[in-house]
Design a protein around this ligand. Structure first.
Ligand code: FDA
Length: 500
């Protein structure tokens, strides 16, 4: 069969990939993006593209027979999850021994399913985790660029104070305040003007319609509304969906040859093919890109790849927890699925916690205040290649999550004490109060300056690059996508100037 050739291939379509594709296309480089998920642009039988969290259907998850939501239960009852038909749905929960990883599947990657929180990290912490990156340049140029390109905006403060959408956040703020903890407004890529009109009943509901982790039908500027149409608009970028890159090798003349597998939306394999390119960019996410490189090294295709591959993996210190409110402290039936406020204890050297005040978009009063705490510890795991299954294995022990739990507990014990409240023990399928056996924020595996050079060029080979969250060693201290985007902007600018 004919083996197509393109100058550049980008694997994936999340933050790193989309950024890279736009800049390649703008520079006139013909580029092919390969994404294993589908393009989410067509309404289903219900007239909507994505299902909500109350009645999730086949579109919700990546080839499952039952949904696997982060809040497994309410009052220990299995009210949340639903039986579904296997389909190329938008959210995947990758299972490993002692840690699960949530990722988005589809054109836009994690941007389709995430909470949209667009947080620029504190400069001193950024300098600590990525000391070889010129922070001055990042904060002057690339963070502002990423924020602008992503369409980041902030909630109107006056509206916030009197709206229904954030009653739950104001309650948590008052509770934090009683314990002496401050809060910070969190910018978002969700259009807050749209949210205001949702609350006013003028437009279809999305953030107020229990839409988050299985996609948002309106209001959210996911990558398929920002970077990706801009990339395709250059006329140089093409997108191939439902195409998974299985492996790649390098030929004697330096050409990379990728083996791809095309499926249909029901998972039927439609064909296996090859595509060749000169420049290859890996943007398949922390687990995805690391798996591809590990497979290439361990099968002998690219034996010179770094011995540090797979190292410095971390869950960004994610710890989820709920507090039980007093009966008179209702959080409301109307809750914006897009968080806008966080409890900010980052200045504390002992417990530097940033806790997003999360909604419980259950459509019923649950008397729960929910939080996704981002804690900071030095615990790191490792991604390994398992030859028997030809796939990545995540080495992370549950005990490694304990220091993060201790940090979150130190903060929330004080909040509970000041308010006479306690933890919820009914939300995570068993009786634990702190859930960190899953992460939304997988980071690391191909760390910048170790597995790659200081601009994401993979060591040992030329014209091979990593461009996603795997470059960041395990932690950003805040929600990571702004950092991933800004770093990708920085790296591709240098690569375009020097390697093309
Ligand atoms: P990302 O994971 O986005 O994209 C990788 C893409 O590659 C995917 O589309 C995948 O399907 C594709 N792919 C993988 N392997 C492939 C292969 N072999 N072949 C072809 N394609 C392949 N962050 C934040 O900053 N604020 C927030 O509010 C949230 N909230 C949040 C909620 C939930 C539920 C989740 C799951 C995640 C978040 N996040 C978040 C995290 C954020 O979404 C995440 O950090 C980024 O999406 C990671 O971007 P990457 O570019 O690394 O890859």
């Amino acid at each position: 069969a004919e083996r197509p050739y393109v100058p550049a291939v980008v694997i994936g379509s999340g933050y790193g990939a989309a950024t890279t594709a736009l800049r390649l296309g703008s520079a006139g480089v013909p580029t092919l993006m390969l994404e294993m998920g589908r393009l989410w642009d067509t309404a289903g039988a219900d007239g909507k593209i994505f299902p909500d969290m109350i009645q999730p259907d086949h579109r919700s998850m990546w080839f499952r027979t039952r949904t696997e939501a982060p809040l497994a239960s309410i009052l220990w009852l299995d009210l949340v999850n639903r039986d579904i038909k296997p389909y190329a749905g938008v959210l995947d929960r990758m299972h490993f021994d002692e840690m699960d990883v949530y990722v988005g599947r589809g054109v836009g990657g994690g941007s389709l399913v995430n909470g949209g929180m667009a947080v620029t990290p504190e400069r001193d912490y950024f300098e600590e985790i990525l000391p070889r990156v010129d922070a001055e340049q990042m904060y002057r140029r690339y963070f502002p660029l990423a924020n602008r390109m992503l369409g980041v905006n902030s909630v109107d403060r006056d509206w916030f104070e009197q709206c229904d959408s954030y009653g739950y956040a104001r309650l948590s703020r008052a509770h934090a305040d009683r314990a002496g903890f401050g809060t910070t407004f969190v910018p978002n890529v969700y259009d807050f003007d749209y949210l205001q009109r949702e609350e006013a009943g003028e437009v279809p509901k999305s953030a107020l319609g229990s839409e988050v982790i299985y996609g948002n039908n309106y209001g959210k500027r996911s990558l398929d509304k920002s970077y990706i149409p801009a990339a395709i608009g250059t006329g140089n970028v093409t997108l191939q969906t439902l195409t998974r890159v299985r492996s790649f090798r390098q030929e004697a003349d330096g050409t990379y040859v990728l083996t791809t597998e095309r499926i249909d939306e029901l998972g039927e394999v439609r064909g296996v093919g090859e595509v060749a390119c000169k420049h290859l960019f890996l943007g398949a996410g922390s687990l995805g890109s690391t798996e591809l490189l590990l497979r290439a090294r361990e099968t002998g295709a690219l034996p010179e790849l770094s011995g540090e591959l797979g190292e410095q993996w971390g869950p960004n210190g994610n710890v989820m927890l709920g507090r039980a409110n007093h009966p008179w402290d209702t959080t409301g039936l109307v809750q914006s699925g897009m968080p806008a406020l966080g409890i900010d204890n980052r200045a504390d050297p002992v417990n530097p916690v940033f806790a997003e005040i999360a909604p419980v978009p259950a459509g019923i009063e649950t008397w729960a205040s929910l939080y996704l705490a981002i804690t900071r510890t030095r615990e790191r795991g490792r991604i390994e290649y398992d030859a028997a299954t030809d796939s990545a294995r995540l080495r992370w022990q549950e005990s490694q999550g304990q220091p993060g739990i201790d940090q979150a507990k130190a903060v929330f014990d004080l909040i509970n004490r000041a308010n006479g409240t306690s933890y919820r023990h009914d939300l995570f399928g068993d009786t634990r109060a702190f859930e960190n056996r899953f992460t939304y924020h997988p980071l690391g595996g191909n760390v910048l300056g170790r597995v790659t050079d200081d601009f994401g060029r993979v060591r040992g080979y030329s014209n091979l690059y990593v461009t996603d969250g795997s470059l960041i060693p395990g932690s950003t201290g805040v929600n990571p996508f702004v950092t991933i985007t800004a770093l990708a902007e920085r790296n591709i600018e240098r690569v375009l100037a020097e390697d093309f």
